[in-house]
Design a protein around this ligand. Structure first.
Ligand SMILES: CC(C)(COP(=O)(O)OP(=O)(O)OC[C@H]1O[C@@H](n2cnc3c(N)ncnc32)[C@H](O)[C@@H]1OP(=O)(O)O)[C@@H](O)C(=O)NCCC(=O)NCCS
Length: 212
């Protein structure tokens, strides 16, 4: 299988998204998102919504919304032919890179019987916190799960190992820090430990661009 290309939505993706909704959700008897919703995703929330293509064919998508430090991932879907492949991971990678350093909470909703989606949320560190009744209409029941900031930090090494986010890199030593270190060498009376405490190497996060 060729590698999946995942990118933020564009205006021209409207038709493809509508078709994917049919192929994934309508095909299993579930309701689909309407054209207004899909149009909004393509035009106004494109930087947190992603399309996966294999050899130019749209095969999966992830829709999410970021607002005041919170992300809400509403849809993750891959057409059956490409499920159990790397497409899902590639979509999650784009999503995690978009949110991990930008939000304090990420939440998902899922039906109890959706084992695959619940398993993916758990893999990302989401904790199931409540069940909401009538969430998407009469009789609808959703589990709400959340990843909080502390979990994002605690699981950062795992995300990096899985390639979901970029590795954090140490900041290069600045000229000022270098000069301080050199003067320390030149002046042996200065205790090393004190000098270190004065000039800690700052840690920065690489790759803060949106959209993966
Ligand atoms: C949710 C979805 C994107 C997962 O895609 P996928 O390619 O099957 O995901 P993966 O292969 O990475 O599998 C994820 C996990 O679910 C498990 N899983 C996948 N399909 C499963 C199934 N039919 N039954 C039980 N477990 C399943 C996998 O074993 C894996 O768990 P593991 O990491 O413990 O092994 C895909 O199933 C889908 O598009 N479903 C329809 C749309 C949907 O319901 N989306 C979620 C709500 S919006």
């Amino acid at each position: 299988m060729s590698k999946a290309i995942v990118r933020p939505l564009e205006s021209r993706d409207f038709e493809a998204l509508m078709r994917l909704e049919e192929d994934v959700f309508a095909a299993t008897g579930e309701s689909t998102l309407g054209p207004y919703y899909i149009r909004l995703c393509c035009e106004f929330f494109a930087e947190s919504c992603f399309l996966a293509e294999v050899d130019g064919e749209p095969v999966g998508y992830l829709l999410s919304f970021v607002n005041r430090g919170e992300a809400y991932c509403t849809t993750l879907a891959v057409i059956p032919r490409f499920q159990r492949s790397r497409v899902t991971l590639e979509l999650l990678r784009a999503f995690m890179r978009r949110i991990v350093d930008h939000v304090d909470v990420c939440w998902f909703t899922v039906t109890e019987d959706n084992v695959a989606a619940r398993s993916l949320h758990a893999m990302l560190g989401a904790r199931e916190t409540e069940v909401r009744s009538e969430f998407y209409g009469k009789g609808d029941k959703r589990i709400v799960s959340r990843i909080d900031r502390a979990t994002f930090e605690a699981l950062r090494p795992k995300y990096e190992r899985l390639g979901l986010v970029e590795r954090r890199v140490e900041a290069p030593v600045s000229g000022e820090h270098l000069r301080a270190s050199l003067s320390e060498v030149a002046s042996p009376s200065t205790p090393r430990s004190r000098s270190r405490a004065r000039c800690p190497a700052p840690t920065v996060t690489a790759g803060r661009t949106c959209g993966g």
